[in-house]
Design a protein around this ligand. Structure first.
Ligand SMILES: [Zn+2]
Length: 370
């Protein structure tokens, strides 16, 4: 069958074929960079996380940072929302997906929002629910209630993987060699209310404990959505992840904040690995790497604008998880008729990011030189 040439190959060969489509530096560099990355994580990241706030820095200062991107839009009209899935439509779509793709997926809830909506997640794998010696990756959409593109694109990703398993080498590689977890909406209440924050009007991407400021450290004070994510990360041990946002077009990587709160390049111990991951996303994207604002379509978070209490840095420090923050659409509410195009523009980026984890492990297993 000429349309299915690669599926009989062993996973490592299929991974090599899939990765070879990338316009990225050659594999040895990837391996060196990521080996260094994974080797350095437990010690250095923990050390970073264990540090308290610097003396002399006003804790309140962190809330002063803002830019247009961070503000609620003046009004989200019915016209703008037309064609987007409502929360109940999204819930139905997730449950339908679970029935349609029962052989390679599992639907579960990681908790509930303030208003009691289940936070539904999809796990895609040939052995869903099983703990295996395979990398786990997560995608989270709709962190901000008024950024709905991610939840739509993530459902497209799930459908594509289900429809192309055993037909496309990259789909097969991901299903057979990873556990991919997709949370289309972290903030269904904010979406229903058509605003950035959750039902308590808290910005969930400022609600995580922060390495530089102690203001968020009390776990009991966390929003239920934030707590659900924190518990999820502790349970699943994700290797890498990405959250999807809207309002810009760039792949953002740690650190998100700087110690002295100044806007500056503030790299984490695995800076090179993160730049590599972010570049893989932007270079595989239709036009992210052509950005005029961000060289190569990537940015260090603190250089762009420092934030505190973000999800990305917490993942890295406390979950050992390499998380990117992806801004995938300049417009927060593009016309719904453009959503399929946006999915296609992000498709290879998303697939390559997940598949890259498999390739690293395949090389490690083959060489097992440690
Ligand atoms: Zn956002």
């Amino acid at each position: 069958n000429p349309s299915r040439p690669a599926t009989s190959l062993p996973p490592s060969r299929r991974a090599a074929m899939a990765i070879s489509r990338l316009r990225i530096p050659p594999l040895p560099l990837l391996v060196v960079v990521l080996l260094r990355a994974f080797a350095s994580l437990p010690i250095q990241a923990a050390a970073r996380g264990g540090l308290g706030p610097s003396p002399g820095i006003a804790v309140e200062k962190h809330v002063a940072f803002s830019r247009g991107l961070l503000q609620d839009m003046p009004e989200i009209t019915d016209e703008m929302v037309r064609g987007y899935m409502s929360n109940s439509e999204l819930e139905n779509a997730i449950q339908d997906f679970g029935r349609r793709c029962a052989n390679v997926s599992r639907i579960y809830s990681i908790g509930k929002s303030v208003n009691g909506s289940p936070l539904w997640a999809i796990e895609i794998s040939d052995k869903p629910g099983l703990k295996e010696a395979e990398p786990a990756f997560k995608f989270i959409g709709n962190v901000h209630g008024d950024e709905p593109v991610g939840r739509e694109v993530l459902m497209q990703l799930a459908y594509w993987l289900c429809d192309n398993y055993l037909k496309d080498p990259l789909a097969t590689l991901i299903v057979e060699n990873t556990h991919l977890h997709i949370l289309p909406s972290m903030n269904p209440d904010g979406f229903a209310l058509r605003r950035r924050g959750n039902a308590n009007n808290v910005d969930l991407n400022r609600d995580f404990p922060d390495q530089f400021f102690p203001n968020n450290d009390d776990i009991k004070q966390r929003q239920p959505e934030t707590r659900a994510i924190m518990n999820w990360i502790k349970q699943e041990h994700f290797t890498a992840s990405a959250s999807l946002h809207g309002g810009a077009l760039v792949a953002n990587y740690p650190w998100d904040g700087s110690r002295d709160t100044r806007k500056q390049y503030y790299g984490c111990p695995d800076d090179k690995a993160f730049r590599y991951m972010a570049s893989m996303y932007s270079q595989s994207h239709y036009n992210m790497s052509l950005s005029k604002e961000f060289e190569g379509g990537i940015t260090n978070g603190a250089l762009w604008y420092p934030i505190y209490g973000g999800m990305q840095d917490w993942n890295y420090i406390h979950g050992g998880c390499f998380e990117l923050t992806l801004e995938i659409s300049d417009v927060k509410w593009p016309k719904a008729s453009e959503l399929l195009v946006i999915w296609k523009q992000n498709k290879m980026s998303m697939l390559n990011l997940v598949a890259s984890l498999v390739k690293i492990l395949a090389v490690l297993y083959r060489d097992h030189s440690w």
